[in-house]
Write a protein that binds this ligand. Structure first.
Ligand SMILES: [Zn+2]
Length: 180
């Protein structure tokens, strides 16, 4: 099963766009320009928490419409990472349905908790900017399990997984954050 699934983790631009076709039939092909446009919205969300700038948006894969937003709020609740906050916002606004048509964009690679939640939701795709290594280099502790490892350990899941989109910008954002 695992060998049949395709994962793409890259830090490059348009050269990888044609290889980034989603595995899920529910998702149409998404250009790198569209990925970057959505990631910029996740970055805007992240700026609401300058110390821990983990922001996320969930967009429709076919139209790019933003369906939900979230930013890390772990001061209030330890599980409110940006991705979880965004998933909660999604369910509140749209109900617990339609996940396979959606792509979550996040400024930092989902941790094992968040990636597991996204797998359980059956989300169509996950696109992140900074890698776990990049976040760690900025002095933020990380559990050393990649999003790819979580997806690979989930034989029932076959969503798009793409990393490195606008990572140069988000790596700088994490590095330059005020130390809280
Ligand atoms: Zn997380």
């Amino acid at each position: 099963m695992i060998s049949k699934r395709r994962f793409l983790l890259c830090a490059c631009g348009a050269a990888c766009a044609t290889a980034a076709l989603p595995v899920r039939a529910a998702l149409p092909p998404i250009s790198m320009a569209r990925h970057e446009q959505a990631m910029r919205q996740a970055i805007e969300e992240a700026r609401r928490n300058p110390v821990y700038p983990f922001g996320a948006v969930i967009v429709r894969g076919d139209t790019g419409e933003v369906m939900a937003r979230g930013v890390n709020n772990s001061r209030e609740n330890p599980i409110l990472h940006g991705e979880i906050a965004c998933m909660n916002d999604y369910v509140g606004l749209n109900g617990n349905k339609g996940w396979g048509l959606m792509v979550l964009y996040t400024t930092g690679e989902p941790c094992s908790m968040c990636m597991s939640a996204l797998v359980w939701a059956g989300i169509g795709g996950v696109v992140f900017a900074s890698s776990i290594d990049g976040i760690r280099r900025a002095g933020i502790a990380q559990i050393d399990i990649t999003a790819r490892a979580v997806a690979a350990a989930s034989p029932f899941y076959s969503g798009l997984l793409l990393g490195g989109v606008l990572a140069r910008e988000t790596d700088r954002m994490f590095m330059d954050r005020p130390k809280g």
